[in-house]
Design a protein around this ligand. Structure first.
Ligand code: KIV
Ligand code: ZN
Length: 517
C-alpha cells in the first residue's frame, strides 16, 4: 500500500494574493465546489482576519463543502486565530493554519521580534487554535532562509503544542530540488517528535522550480503538498497542483505515494479558476495549456498516429480535456437552468437574479447552438460584483470597422440608472469602445492587460475578455464574455470599473508591521 499524499489547495488564499485576483464570496464558493469535485483534501479558503468579506467567504465555503477540509490562514496572534476559528466553525472538517516568519531577515526587519518571542508566539497560537479544532497546521514563513537549528526548535515546540501538520515554505522561491530534499531529510531526522506530524511543503516559483522542489520534498518524506490551480500565487506563483498530481500519477513507478484527486476534473477546474480570476493559462503550460496535447488535435505526429505512447505520456481525456459537458440548449427550461447552476455551485440570491440570468442564457442560446458548462461559468462570471456595487452597466454598443476607415464605436451606458452616451474613434473597434467608455467615466485608470480567450471551441464560441486596470496602487481584473468580442470587451472594461469603485480592502497576511500577540 502506498502512502497518501495530502493535496492542500491554496488557490483561494495564496493564489488570491496575485494582483487583481481577489475573489468574491460567491466566486469562492463556486471554486470550492469544483475543488471538492476534484477531490482536493484541504481547501485553504482564505485569511479570515484580512477583511469581513474574506471571513464571510470562508464561512460560506465551510457551509457549502462536505468532502474536503476547509482551512483558514491566521498569523500567530490571538485575534487572527480567533477569527479563523469562528470562520471554519460550520465546516464538516475544519483546519486552522497559523504561521510566523522564522528567518533572521524577516524576524529582524518585518516582525522586529527576537527568535525567542517568535517561538513563544508560535506555541501560543497553536495552543489557542487547538481550542477551536484538533486539526492545526503550523508554518515557518521563509523557512528556506531560516537557521535549521532554529527551525528544529520551533517545529518541535509547535508539535508539542498540538500542531498536526508542519509546513515548510520556500516563501521566496529560492531553493533547488537537491537542497529542498536535503532540508526535509534533515528536519525529519532531527526533530525529536517529527513522527507525530504530517510534513508539508509549500513552494513558490520565482526560479521556476516550485514543482521540482515540491516533488523533491515528497521524495524526502513530505506527505502534504501545498499548491494552486494553474500555479496561481504571489509573484511568479506557487507549485501547480495539476503538475504535481500528474507527476506523481504518471511516474507511479518512482513516487511512493498516491493522491485522491479525480484527474478528469483538472481541466474544468483550471478553466474555472482562469475565468474567475482573469488569469489566462499560457498555451504551452503543462497539463492544462491548450497545446499540452496539441498533436492529438491537429498536428498529427506520425508517431502518435502509429502508436500513441511514442510521444504521449498522459492521455488528454484522463485530465479532463474534451470533457466539456454539453448541458443545455435553446429549448432548455428555467428549472433545468436552475438545477445546472446548483450543480455548478452557483448560488443566486433572489428570483429576480435567476430570471435575469435565465434571460441572458436564452439570449446566448439564440446565438450559440450548444451550451457547455464553460459557457454557463463565463456567463455567470459577468456577475462578479454585488448588484449594489454595480454602478455602471452597458446598455448598448455599436461598433463599426471597415478596411480603409478608422474604426468607430458608440456606447450607451448607465451610471446608477442615468443613461449616458459617447462616441469615439480608435485604432480598432475595441480601442474605440474603450475610448468612448473613458470619455464618459474619466476613471483615470491605467490599462495594464487586455486578453481574449475562447470559452469553448469553434468560431461561434463566446470570447472571454480580461481587462486589468490600475489606479493608486489598486489593481483589479474585469471579465466579460459574449459571442461578440467587442461587446465582451466593453463588459470586461465596465466590470473592472465597477470593481475599482467597490471598496474591498484586505490585509496581505505576509506584509506589514509586527504581528502583535
Ligand atoms: O509562502 C509562504 O510562506 C506562505 C505562508 C503563509 C505559508 O504563504
Ligand atoms: Zn506562499
Amino acid at each position: 500500500m502506498k502512502d497518501q499524499l495530502i493535496v492542500f489547495d491554496t488557490t483561494m488564499r495564496d493564489g488570491e494574493q496575485s494582483p487583481g485576483a481577489a475573489m468574491t464570496r460567491d466566486e469562492k464558493v463556486r471554486i470550492a465546489k469544483q475543488l471538492e469535485r476534484l477531490r482536493v483534501d484541504v481547501i485553504e479558503a482564505g485569511f479570515a482576519a484580512s477583511s469581513p468579506g474574506d471571513f464571510e467567504a470562508i464561512r460560506a465555503v465551510a457551509a457549502a463543502v462536505r468532502e474536503s477540509t476547509i482551512c483558514s490562514l491566521a498569523r500567530a496572534n490571538d485575534n487572527d486565530v480567533k477569527r479563523a476559528g469562528e470562520a471554519i466553525k460550520g465546516a464538516q472538517s475544519g483546519r486552522i493554519h497559523t504561521f510566523i516568519a522564522t528567518s533572521p531577515i524577516h524576524m529582524q526587519h518585518k516582525l522586529r521580534m527576537s527568535p525567542e518571542a517568535v517561538l513563544e508566539a508560535a506555541v501560543r497560537s497553536v495552543k489557542l487554535a487547538r481550542q477551536y479544532t484538533d486539526d492545526v497546521e503550523f508554518s515557518a514563513e521563509d523557512a528556506v532562509r531560516s537557521d535549521v537549528d532554529f527551525l528544529c526548535r520551533i517545529f518541535e515546540a509547535a508539535i508539542a503544542a498540538g500542531a498536526r501538520t508542519i509546513n515548510v515554505p520556500d516563501t521566496v522561491g529560492y531553493s533547488t530540488p537537491e537542497l529542498w530534499g536535503a532540508l526535509f531529510k534533515s528536519l525529519l531526522s532531527r526533530v525529536p517528535n517529527a513522527d507525530r506530524a504530517v510534513w508539508s511543503t509549500h513552494c513558490h516559483n520565482d526560479l521556476g522550480m516550485a514543482v521540482a522542489n515540491s516533488l523533491a520534498a515528497v521524495m524526502a518524506g513530505a506527505r502534504q503538498v501545498e499548491c494552486t490551480i494553474n500555479g496561481l500565487g504571489e509573484r511568479a506563483g506557487n507549485a501547480a497542483l495539476e503538475e504535481i498530481v500528474m507527476a506523481v500519477r504518471t511516474r507511479s513507478d518512482f513516487f511512493d505515494c498516491t493522491t485522491r484527486i479525480d484527474a478528469t476534473q483538472i481541466v474544468p477546474t483550471s478553466k474555472l479558476v482562469s475565468t474567475i480570476t482573469g488569469y489566462p493559462v499560457q498555451p504551452n503550460k503543462a497539463v492544462v495549456g491548450a497545446n499540452a496535447f496539441a498533436h492529438e488535435s491537429g498536428i498529427h505526429q506520425d508517431g502518435v498516429l502509429k502508436h500513441r505512447e511514442t510521444y504521449e505520456i498522459m492521455r488528454a481525456a484522463d485530465v479532463g480535456w474534451g470533457a466539456n459537458r454539453l448541458t443545455l440548449g435553446k429549448l432548455s427550461g428555467r428549472s433545468a437552468f436552475k438545477s445546472r447552476l446548483q450543480e455548478l455551485g452557483i448560488a443566486l440570491a433572489s428570483e429576480e437574479q435567476l430570471n435575469a440570468a435565465f434571460a441572458r442564457f436564452k439570449e446566448l442560446a439564440d446565438k450559440k447552438r450548444e451550451i457547455f458548462d464553460e459557457d454557463i461559468q463565463a456567463l455567470m462570471s459577468d456577475e462578479t460584483v454585488t448588484p449594489e456595487a454595480e454602478r455602471y452597466k452597458l446598455v448598448s454598443l455599436t461598433a463599426h470597422s471597415e478596411t480603409g476607415e478608422q474604426p468607430f464605436a458608440r456606447v450607451v451606458m448607465s451610471d446608477g440608472g442615468r443613461e449616458l452616451r459617447a462616441e469615439a474613434r480608435g485604432g480598432g473597434p475595441v480601442d474605440a469602445t474603450f475610448r468612448a467608455i473613458e470619455s464618459i467615466v474619466q476613471s483615470g485608470t491605467d490599462l495594464q492587460l487586455y486578453s481574449v480567450n475562447n470559452v469553448t471551441e469553434g468560431t461561434d464560441s463566446q470570447g472571454e475578455v480580461t481587462v486589468r486596470l490600475a489606479k493608486d496602487a489598486r489593481i483589479v481584473n474585469g471579465m466579460g464574455s459574449d459571442t461578440d468580442i467587442v461587446v465582451a470587451s466593453a463588459k470586461a472594461y465596465i466590470n473592472a470599473l465597477n470593481k475599482m469603485g467597490a471598496k474591498a480592502e484586505r490585509v496581505n497576511p505576509q506584509y506589514g508591521e509586527a504581528q502583535a500577540i
